[in-house]
Design a protein. Structure first.
Lengths: 215, 448
């Protein structure tokens, strides 16, 4: 069977590198370019909810840093920089969330000697996340059906969710065993996953281009 | 070739559950394992499969071999286990991924893997959702997907623990027929199930688990199960209660229900329909937890999503764990507005009758699924509401518990209206006053 090509690793590396760069760089233009690119990417992937998150989530921290520096800082040029930097971090985070196929990334890491216990344990958790979100909604609904309203800040919800998730743990372990998983046993790989070379070149080119054109 | 043999099996769970149990399950046969809720059917299957860390004395031979100290890999290649809860049994995102994962675990050569995956997918007839996100599948589809994984792993013994708890009658029959074919192909199959319908002509043995002992029952027990139930009482005095006016209810852009002008009546109404036809969605829409177009009226009052609504009507949801707000049965029964002494007594009597008194202060999550359902029903039936909707109240309950709750419902029906969605009709025979069916998006009253 042909190996499966993935860009998950290339994209993760690019995002990591850009995150490091904007942590140290003082270029407002670079941050703006990244926000623009990320918006384009999210539009292309039709992740409209993420666009709303991108617009609103960093608003309060970004704005408060901006005001704090304008009011008390010595160098006000930092205010704008930190404002756009907060947005750029969020944008890169969302691109990672939407763009990186975590299953492919983790399987690639497994084939490059990362412990299968870690890889499959993490995969179970990642795939259970929607169920956990669902559980939070279910608890609030359950309470409502009994005529009581639980508010989002009620600790009861979260205590309960932790217990629910813990009760799932046993079931997941049993289910993994039932599907033959054994800690430390030799596993065969049905389909090799390789990181796309072309993707790596494209990521490197994009990185260089950004640095040459924007800085 | 050997099937499953138990020799002097001893196991403790709040006191001895099995005390020197000797039994041999027929090889290459389909055995239906029945027994009351909490009798230990799930535990017995878990012991045989060996995937849970349970300590026991005695010997369990599967296919002639003692699995006790075998690696999980070896166990999984000998025994395939299908769990009761369809949600927590996959590691990967898609069925294709899960098939790869399972066969990689068995360390098979790539060409054998490819062949076994092809065969199992063809046998399971689920190439349509091979690449769909497993989260988006219905309960029945998830169970079919899990069965496909077991087929690919090709274990000679299949254990199924209440696999049909959330599956409609048609898929249930389909799956039982499919399991029959697997038996014909030489598999040894043990299914734990409360509901004995549909097994006639397919099952080879019927075994009951009671007080830690396994007893063979005559197969004629399966053929004498009635299949027709009286769900309509023509002389019942019922009046219109809830009015659906131009209601259109959809999920994922698919219209499930169109009700231009429909009345649900007082009394006890049974609502049936195929899986995925929208029964649960309709109940959720009626308690205003699912969006819909149109208007609903309870008596003269228009229904809206308000906390106050739940003082008048409420819903017991399909999955009992989704009804629980707290962590222990005792807290769960107390939750909400203070209960009268009379209701508290009633709850206590129910707990005593169903053998749950000792479990009150333990965790809800240590109960068997049948016991969870019991706690849920006690909690919901203790509420004082004028309209109570029940979604699959009998799933996972044995006949004794079913009879108990039916009697309670019947008693309350003098003052309260009930709308009951269920795949199990037997408990409602002679109690239900109207039978409504949801098919092809429309509601219709069924006669006798």
């Amino acid at each position: 069977m042909l190996p499966k090509k993935t860009n998950a690793l290339n994209l993760s590396l690019l995002i990591l590198l850009l995150t490091l760069e904007i942590s140290f760089s003082h270029s407002v233009k670079l941050d703006l370019a990244l926000i623009g690119l990320a918006t384009g990417f999210l539009l292309w992937r039709r992740a409209f909810k993420s666009l709303v998150v991108l617009a609103l989530l960093p608003l309060i921290p970004a704005a408060s840093t901006y005001w704090a520096i304008t009011l008390h800082g010595t160098d006000t040029s930092y205010a704008l920089l930190l404002f756009v930097r907060t947005y750029a971090f969020t944008a890169l985070g969302l691109v990672f969330l939407i763009g990186v196929d975590l299953e492919a990334l983790l399987l690639w890491l497994e084939q490059h000697k990362l412990s299968p216990n870690f890889v499959y344990g993490l995969l179970v958790v990642i795939h259970a996340l929607p169920q956990i979100m669902h559980e939070v909604a279910a608890i609030r609904e359950a309470s409502l059906l009994r005529g009581q309203k639980l508010h989002p800040w009620s600790p009861m919800i979260y205590v309960k969710v932790i217990f629910v998730a813990m009760s799932w743990q046993d079931q997941y372990v049993k289910a993994m065993y039932a599907h033959g998983y054994t800690e430390g046993a030799k596993r065969n790989v049905r389909r090799a996953i390789i990181s796309s070379r072309r993707g790596l070149v494209a990521a490197a080119a994009l990185f260089l281009l950004l640095n040459v054109l924007v800085r | 070739m050997m099937g499953i043999e138990l020799r002097k099996l001893r196991f403790q769970r709040d006191g001895p559950l099995f005390d020197g149990l000797d039994f041999e399950f027929a090889t290459g046969a389909m055995t239906v394992l029945t027994g009351d809720s909490g009798s230990g059917k799930s535990t017995l299957l878990s012991l045989i499969a060996g995937f849970a860390p349970l300590t026991y004395e005695g010997t369990i031979l599967v296919d002639g071999q003692d699995n006790h100290n075998a690696s999980m890999q070896t166990k999984a290649s000998r025994v395939g286990m299908l769990f009761q809860n369809p949600d927590q049994q996959f590691t990967m995102r898609t069925l294709r991924g899960e098939l790869n994962f399972a066969l990689e675990n068995l360390d098979l050569p790539a060409d054998v893997m490819a062949k076994q995956i092809r065969q199992s997918v063809a046998l399971g007839e689920n190439d349509t959702f091979l690449d769909r996100d497993l989260q988006t599948l219905s309960g029945g589809e998830k169970q079919r997907a899990a069965l496909t994984v077991l087929l690919a792993m090709d274990a000679p013994v299949l254990l199924l623990d209440e696999p049909f708890a959330s599956i409609d009658p048609a898929s249930r029959q389909q799956l039982i027929t499919k399991l029959g074919k697997l038996r014909d192909a030489g598999k040894t199959i043990v299914i734990a199930d409360h509901d004995l319908s549909d097994y006639a002509g397919v099952a080879d043995e019927l075994v009951s688990l009671e007080k830690g002992q396994l007893t063979r029952l005559p197969l004629t027990t399966l053929t004498t199960i009635p299949t027709h139930f009286h769900l309509t009482q023509t002389d019942a005095v019922t009046t219109p209660l809830l009015h659906l006016d131009q209601v259109v209810c959809s999920q994922n852009c698919r219209v499930l229900i169109r009700a231009a002008d429909w009345h649900f009546n007082t009394g006890i109404t049974t609502l049936t329909g195929a899986n995925g036809s929208g029964k649960s969605t309709l109940l959720r829409a009626m308690v205003q937890l699912h969006p819909y177009q149109g208007r609903m009226f309870l008596g003269e009052r228009r229904l809206r999503h308000r906390q106050r609504l739940f003082q008048t009507m409420t819903l017991a949801v399909q999955d009992a764990t989704k009804q629980f707000v707290t962590l222990t049965p005792a807290d769960e029964l107390k939750f909400g507005a203070p209960l009268t002494a009379e209701v508290r007594e009633r709850q206590q009597a129910a707990l005593d009758y169903l053998g749950l008194t000792e479990k009150q202060s333990g965790s809800l999550y240590h109960l068997s699924d049948g016991q969870k359902k019991m706690i849920q029903l006690i909690a919901m039936l203790s509420l004082d509401r004028s309209f109570l909707l029940l979604d699959e109240p009998f799933s996972g309950l044995d006949e004794r518990a079913c009879a108990f709750f039916t009697a309670w419902i019947k008693e309350k029906a003098a003052e309260e209206a009930f709308l009951i969605v269920t795949h199990r009709l037997a408990p409602l025979a002679g109690v239900s006053q109207q039978h409504v069916q949801l098919a092809d998006q429309h509601l219709a009253v069924l006669g006798e």
